[in-house]
Ligand binder design. Structure first.
Ligand SMILES: [Zn+2]
Ligand SMILES: [Zn+2]
Length: 480
């Protein structure tokens, strides 16, 4: 976590790789993204024995990004802490309110594009509003055969997900979380600073401006515990008393790992084997949860045994079904989850696995995950990344923003390309065939069960497709 190796998957054209973290690690994220592009250029040169100069790439940044110098057309990369001097690299500056302008910068010979500071590509005046046009631009670049790298901040300083970073993570083939260490733990403990807050000297700043930082203020990276202790956001008020919890069983703030991907990519298998491996290593119990809405296998989670190389655990596992709660009425998932965990608790962490948590209401789920971690229990989830229309699905954008680590599990398309998307098929009653869905169809629709198949009910079915083979009807003009 934090110090990542770059995988061969990152070098593939038609893929996007994210390097995301906090403002304190943004700089190192940019160094890592640059290194990905350098290595890809080196590998391409090595394979084709062509001049390295032929691997053309462009670094693109928004005019709203404070690291960009509009006079010299450069972006500042690398702090004095990392390489003693830092450096400036040439950058193409784009009007941040018009991310489509990136497409005009791409020439035929270009092989890859690095988009720095994706949170600065926003037309909306409020950063809380979703504006995902940049995600469609990135998909368009991938379709043109480019390798895309992007860097950005995964959460605002109130802990809420940042767009378009969250949606870009849902559609990426690889996500690397790059964090620095918690400023308040260090050097006693080395928890990762996955959150941050503004300070004036040693005093937390008591206001909520998400965009600006005054000269007398600075950011500090904070672990979950120190974030909850520091923040004055009312939504976290009742969590403050929990922050002593994890210390009873571990020094470290427990992990929160997300496996994401399309259907049939092996995300649930990865989640289950990670939970079981971790429970073996730590010598403690584990418990699985699943949403009640996922009706495919009631009371169980099932791995598609034997379908994936390296799969260690096949078969069925008991899972506690949880139902959506209404946070506006003060109801959270936590009570039933906490009870199930306490039943297995013996002064040790209980490894908590969630299958398909994207179906659960976002604020209730995210709060429950925070509570579990503050009580000392690591959380591992396996979640669908995007819907049939390539939008981040349900709670997944929030999950990927909050996770300490994100592992994307792509599958294989019928054309043998890497597939990262889920294709829905709907029954056409008139023609009596399965056909492709409309962009405007409802997002949630559960896969046909065995019983439905036996009764010949033509419910929606799914498979997985690459970006070239995915088919949706009635798409808007900017969709790619
Ligand atoms: Zn800390
Ligand atoms: Zn394909």
């Amino acid at each position: 976590m934090g110090f990542n190796t770059i995988s061969s998957r990152d070098f593939l054209p038609c893929t996007s790789s994210g390097f995301v973290g906090t403002p304190l690690s943004e700089d190192r994220a940019l160094v890592q993204a640059l290194s990905l592009i350098d290595k890809a250029a080196f590998t391409a040169t090595h394979q084709s024995e062509r001049d390295r100069g032929q691997w053309r790439y462009s670094i693109i940044a928004s005019d709203l990004d404070p690291r960009v110098d509009p006079h010299t057309h450069t972006i500042y990369v690398g702090s004095k802490l990392i390489n003693k001097i830092g450096r400036k690299v040439p950058v193409t500056i784009i009007d941040g309110k018009h991310p489509e302008a990136i497409l005009e910068q791409v020439s035929g010979e270009m092989r890859s594009v690095l988009i720095a500071g994706v949170q600065y590509f926003q037309a909306k005046t409020s950063f809380d509003e979703k504006d995902n046009r940049l995600a469609y631009v990135v998909e368009d670049l991938k379709k043109q055969g480019l390798m895309v790298a992007f860097t950005g901040i995964d959460k605002w300083f109130n802990g809420q997900p940042t767009e378009p970073t969250a949606t870009l993570m849902c559609l990426a083939e690889s996500v690397n979380k790059v964090y620095s260490l918690c400023d308040l733990c260090y050097p006693r403990l080395r928890n990762h600073g996955t959150y941050y807050w503004k300070f004036e000297g040693d005093t937390p700043v008591d206001h909520r401006s998400l965009r600006t930082i005054e000269p007398h203020e600075h950011f500090r990276a904070l672990c979950l515990e120190h974030f909850i202790e520091t923040t004055n956001e009312p939504q976290y008020e009742t969590l403050k008393e929990l922050t002593e919890g994890y210390k009873a069983i571990t020094d470290r703030v427990p992990e929160f790992t997300a496996f994401s991907g399309p259907m049939y990519g092996g995300k649930s298998d990865s989640m289950i084997s990670t939970v079981i491996n971790m429970s073996g290593k730590l010598g403690c119990e584990y418990v699985f949860f699943k949403p009640k809405e996922d009706t495919r296998t009631p009371g169980k989670i099932v791995t598609r045994a034997g379908a994936f190389p390296g799969q260690q655990f096949g078969g069925e596992f008991d899972a506690i079904e949880i139902v959506n709660k209404d946070p506006e009425a003060g109801e959270y998932l936590t009570a039933e989850i906490a009870q199930a965990v306490i039943d297995k608790y013996d002064n040790k962490p209980v490894i908590v696995g969630f299958d398909e948590p994207w179906l659960l209401e976002e604020s209730s789920l995210m709060r429950s995950i925070m509570e579990l971690r503050l009580m000392g229990h690591p959380v591992i989830v396996g979640t669908l990344s995007s819907d049939f229309a390539k939008k981040g699905i349900g709670s997944t954008p929030a999950i990927l923003s909050a996770a300490n680590e994100v592992e994307v599990r792509s599958a294989s398309c019928e054309c043998n390309n890497l597939s990262n998307y889920t294709q829905r098929w709907v029954w056409d009653k008139a023609k009596k065939v399965y056909t492709t869905p409309s962009f405007n169809a409802p997002v949630v629709s559960i896969e046909k069960t065995k019983k439905q198949m036996e009764n010949d009910v033509h419910a929606d079915i799914y498979d997985t497709r690459c970006l070239f083979c995915l088919t949706v009807n009635d798409t808007p003009a900017d969709w790619s």
